[in-house]
Design a protein around this ligand. Structure first.
Ligand SMILES: *[C@@H]1O[C@H](CO)[C@@H](O)[C@H](O)[C@H]1NC(C)=O
Ligand SMILES: *[C@@H]1O[C@H](CO)[C@@H](O)[C@H](O)[C@H]1NC(C)=O
Ligand SMILES: *[C@@H]1O[C@H](CO)[C@@H](O)[C@H](O)[C@H]1NC(C)=O
Length: 420
């Protein structure tokens, strides 16, 4: 009888979760008149007048914006900001051999798109983009949450993580070569590879993430470069790419949100993008560098001291997916488990951090924790070899299909509810 009651309870909760997901969808479909007005106001503010504009075959619009008139400077904390054209110092990363091809960030845009000196390149945001971002937020898809949700009431329904997390001493920079894959996901789903830093109190964690994302809501189809930041757990501050003031773009060649190519082939050529985030020792700004090219930075003044203004102590590398419970969860990484190894499983290699003294170091195994929220569907494996710095990597991913296992998978959480 107890088992039967348990089953009924689980079923009811499942139905409730599905209804909640449906309700979230409805909210997206019909924004209230007030919300609509607010979004129009936001869009008008985001859309800076362009010196030149380009439209790609995919229908994406790129604008060349006067570097001093970019959206970042609408931020109240950046009114008197002195723009930095490049970092005052770049950390000396430990060089390691490359066993796969690097994506050249300067070859990403279609030929013929070129912005004049004194401008930066920005992907045009549309009303639909803003509506979609709101929807993502409503389903809890935001920020760096995974390793730090214990004892929190954060709803992670439908989210799955497979990462390696560093939490040991001060971090003032992170680097990783993120292996690139293109995947199929359905309209409401997300699959991403990320390198992230986070700091501050758990209720309003400051974080910056960079990597690739497949998500029709934010990026239509295929795999795109993504960045995300928040100074307060995504309550009042932060956004993806340049959908809100904050990130100061300096590159006129590499727009945030750009389509990434070429992608890796299963059991064939592997491509990776070399990304780093580091805090400039002189200014405290967090620089984002892609394949040796300065893309831009998040100014120190966006963050409080316990957030990211004075370094941080949390970093992570790996994959994340989201799916509404009505669908099977998508591929993560290449869609294959880590044990298949190089060429088949997705990886992030060349994992390094910059410590509090500004020195590059390779995280020791005892400073790394592997985090797998749904190990039946997605796994992560940290590999290390003291003789070969290349071999500081996370292999991560899996074929998904988790949502179909909701009843068994979530049963632990439901048992806890049972006790209430
Ligand atoms: C955004 O600005 C461009 C010119 O830079 C203009 O053509 C377009 O209509 C504007 N869109 C909105 C929604 O304001
Ligand atoms: C490693 O990188 C160098 C320079 O970027 C390139 O010439 C070489 O082909 C790469 N090797 C492999 C195995 O990808
Ligand atoms: C991978 O490629 C090798 C050499 O090209 C081939 O012999 C092997 O059968 C392939 N394996 C799979 C699983 O496709």
């Amino acid at each position: 009888m107890a088992t039967f009651n348990n089953f009924v309870l689980q079923l009811m909760l499942t139905i409730t979760l599905i209804l909640l997901a449906e309700a979230a969808k409805d909210r997206r479909a019909i924004p209230s008149e007030e919300e609509q007005k607010e979004l129009e106001r936001q869009l008008k503010a985001i859309n800076k007048s362009a010196i030149k504009s380009f439209k790609t075959e995919q229908g994406e619009i790129y604008d060349c914006i006067d570097i001093h008139k970019q959206l970042a400077f609408d931020h109240h904390l950046l009114k008197d900001h002195n723009i930095q054209m490049k970092p005052t110092s770049v950390p000396k990363w430990i060089t390691s051999k490359n066993i796969s091809q690097k994506v050249d960030p300067l070859q990403l845009l279609p030929r013929g798109i070129s912005c004049p000196d004194g401008t930066v390149i920005v992907k045009r945001t549309t009303m639909q983009d803003l509506l979609n971002v709101q929807h993502l937020k409503s389903i809890g898809f935001n920020s760096y949450r995974h390793g730090h949700t214990e004892g929190n009431n954060i709803d992670l329904t439908g989210h799955h993580f497979a990462t390696v997390d560093y939490k040991y001493s001060t971090v003032s920079g992170v680097k990783g070569n993120i292996n690139l894959w293109d995947l199929q996901v359905s309209q409401d789903q997300v699959s991403l590879a990320t390198m992230a830093i986070a700091g501050g109190p758990i209720e309003n964690l400051a974080s910056i993430s960079v990597g690739w994302m497949v998500n029709p809501l934010l990026y239509q189809d295929h795999v795109h470069l993504y960045t995300y930041w928040t100074a307060d757990g995504y309550q009042k501050t932060g956004c993806y790419d340049i959908r809100c003031p904050g990130f100061v773009q300096v590159s006129k060649r590499i727009p945030l949100g750009v389509l990434l190519k070429p992608v890796s082939i299963y059991n064939g050529t592997q491509y990776q993008m070399e990304l780093s985030l580091h805090q400039d020792r002189a200014t405290g700004d967090w620089w984002f560098i892609f394949g040796g090219v300065n893309v831009g930075y998040w100014p120190k003044s966006l963050f409080i001291a316990s957030g990211l203004a004075k370094g941080t102590d949390k970093a992570s590398w790996g994959g994340q997916v989201y799916s509404p419970l009505t669908k099977k969860s998508p591929f993560m990484g290449s869609g294959h488990f880590p044990n298949e190894g190089f060429g088949k499983a997705a990886f992030i290699n060349g994992i390094e951090i910059i410590d509090g003294k500004g020195e590059a170091l390779i995280p020791q195994i005892y400073t790394i924790k592997t985090h797998k929220s749904s190990p039946n569907c997605y796994k992560a494996k940290f590999i290390h070899d003291d003789d070969d710095p290349w071999i500081r990597a996370v292999f991560y991913g899996g074929p998904g299909g988790c949502t179909g296992q909701l009843l068994s998978e979530e049963s632990q959480g439901l048992k806890n509810l049972d006790k209430l």
